[in-house]
Design a protein around this ligand. Structure first.
Ligand code: ADP
Length: 272
């Protein structure tokens, strides 16, 4: 049976795998496999910068540490590695919080148009973008949605962040907001960047899935951004659609139910 096979495997692997197995004995082999992979990936992602920091501390304690120029350079590397760990831990915490709230209806009536403008201003103030980098195409008549303010803001930040990271520097990122004739709210983030080959698209929302891990890391990515986006969209009973063409650009579309319809969606009338 799958469970016996599982026992054999966990016997051979790490303590992490065994603990995960003990926590979840629902017998769902695929889900457990995914969870074990997740723990293994997360541990690995944390271990690499940690090992690097420890190595630099050791070297600083030796003769090389007496040289101020070397000290400054090493401290900079250690700071960057620690920041990388911090981003990862923050994303892991976000992900588990969002999952924990999965079945709780979001509490706020959210005006996405206002939120998009706020996020755009935050990005500009953070110095990561020039004013022309993020263009808005907003229909102010778009209805409010029932949402979780902090999560929706994180969703927009993650998507605009990706669009800027993987976009070409001279091309704009556009955030569009409008209502469909059906009343559903459409939010899209459009970039004219490198694009994504079709075989990768179905896997992008998996935790730690990256088209080019080295490139993502050097751009400060954790590999969890789109997994977080997917969970936020699910909690809001929405739909996520990523379309892309290599060398042309990427559009991430999110369709969300308007505030008045959330109860109906809950009842299963609009679902699907
Ligand atoms: P990361 O932290 O690596 O950006 P994400 O989960 O946000 O992690 O995205 C997963 C991967 O999807 C990225 O590593 C990148 O390869 C690809 N990707 C995401 N957004 C875009 C985009 N707008 N254009 C091109 N590739 C993208």
């Amino acid at each position: 049976s799958p469970d016996q096979r599982w026992e054999m495997r966990t016997g051979e692997t790490t303590d992490c795998a065994r603990i995960v197995h003990l926590i979840d004995q629902t017998g769902n082999y695929a889900a457990e496999r995914m969870r074990v992979d997740f723990v293994a990936n997360a541990s690995h992602e944390l271990r690499t910068p940690l090992a690097s920091i420890l190595g630099f501390i050791e070297t600083l304690g030796e003769e090389a540490g007496a040289d101020p120029a070397i000290r400054t350079r090493f401290l900079k590397v250690m700071f960057d590695e620690a920041r990388r760990m911090q981003r990862l831990v923050e994303d892991l915490i976000s992900l588990s919080r969002i999952e924990a709230e999965k079945y709780r209806l979001p509490p706020d009536a959210v005006d996405l148009a206002a939120m998009i403008r706020e996020v755009r201003d935050e990005i500009e103030d953070s110095g990561h973008a020039r004013a022309s980098d993020v263009e808005l195409d907003i229909d102010d008549a778009t209805p409010r949605i029932t949402g979780d303010r902090a999560q929706l803001s994180q969703l927009i930040h993650n998507l605009v962040g990706n669009a800027m990271k993987y976009g070409r520097s001279q091309t704009p990122v556009t955030i569009r907001l409008a209502a469909e004739p059906s009343g559903m709210v459409r939010l899209s983030i459009v970039d004219e960047g490198e694009g994504i080959a079709p075989e990768h698209i179905p896997r992008l929302t998996e935790r730690f899935y990256r088209v080019d891990a080295g490139r993502s890391r050097s751009l400060g990515g954790t590999g969890l951004g789109l997994a977080i986006v997917k969970h936020i969209v699910e909690r809001h009973r929405g739909r996520l659609d990523i379309s892309s063409r290599v060398g042309v650009g990427t559009t991430v579309l999110i369709v969300l139910p308007p505030a008045d319809n959330v109860a109906t969606v809950e009842a299963g009338v609009i679902k699907g």
